[in-house]
Design a protein around this ligand. Sequence first.
Ligand SMILES: *[C@@H]1O[C@H](CO)[C@@H](O)[C@H](O)[C@H]1NC(C)=O
Length: 401
Amino acid sequence: MAGCRSWLLCLTVCAVSLLETNAEIKVTIPVGKLFTFELLRETFQNDFEPLSKLFAGRLYDDPVMFFKCNQKNFPDLPEWLRFTQRHPYDNGFLYGTPTAPGKTIIEIYAINKRSYEAARHILVIKATAEEMLPYQAEFFLKLREIEKVLPSSVQDEIKHDLQKLWDTEELEIINITNALDRGGRVPLPLAGHFEGVYVKVASKQYFSDCLLRVLTTEHEQQCTAGSKVKVPGECNFCSIPSNCITWCKTELFDLTKQATAPPAPPLGSGILEDGGDFNPPESPPSRDFFPDYIVTVIVPLILAIILCLLLAYIMFGRREGVTKRNAKTDQIQLYHHHTIHGNTDELRNMAGLRSSAPPLSTLPMFNSRTLDRAPLLRSDSPSIPLIMAQHDPYSDTLPRK
Ligand SMILES: *[C@@H]1O[C@H](CO)[C@@H](O)[C@H](O)[C@H]1NC(C)=O
């Protein structure tokens, strides 16, 4: 029975892996426009199903699902593509703006954390070259989080508001960024605190008057002063409060002005012109170093010799007087030494006399209960043991004399 089941398992796994390799999605997108791809949990859940059916009755209807995405044969995603999934019960998103045309193969692994099933999908992104739209503007939505903005319905809402603000239908979202990726701070985990999202749009049409307000000095002053920016009613187009833009963080980019790049330097033939023979520069006039030598070597040497002679004269030439005085000091020291010796002897003698009848309590090893005492020893004798024999005065087992 068990063998049969593992056999069945193997068969199913093989079938699944066959299925997996076939799960390939192809998309073609223009360069410079925002690309969003939602990783739907249901799609991957279908891949898990054959295994789940095997363990009938243990079908989890809401698997804890994680996604792992990377460019094929690379450890991570390409630079322009980002992945986000807030919670294992939410869908994931791949989003970003391709910067160069070309084909990118993305591997998407979905892992069910409960049953350890995995599914692999392949996403082939083909980016085609397209002209850049010249007028671009970036808006900051303070009350948004990246996952809430990426679903296409929300993108359309935001685009709709901005179309009215720009006063044109020809508007494209070209980039959406999490404010945290641009140095934003993680918000407090409280209601009403959001990470914030940057939305960049572009159009062929020049900015509307409402947008050009951003460039006025009056607007700048209001923003630097931190006061609330007064936006005239006809420029306030946000229909949903969370889609309202932060005016002070709005930036306009006019690519037609930046397009005048400095002209490239003219290219030569690659061969240097013949400049004739090498002509070495004249060597500088020779210099006399003798005065320098005298100042730096001879003068200090003479000074050193003079000092040496002076020192020698003080040490040897005037020694006689010094010697006489020294002899006297020696005599005094000798006398001192002699008297110290004598005094010590005298003290030793006196101490020896005193030891004839010392008080009992001052003797070592005096037992106050039995009045026993160790045989009298000269305390300065080198043969005195540091610890006397270990007689326990309180034990009666030992025979006593
Ligand atoms: C989109 O925004 C991100 C983050 O600011 C930036 O790194 C990237 O270069 C932008 N892409 C384009 C095409 O502007």
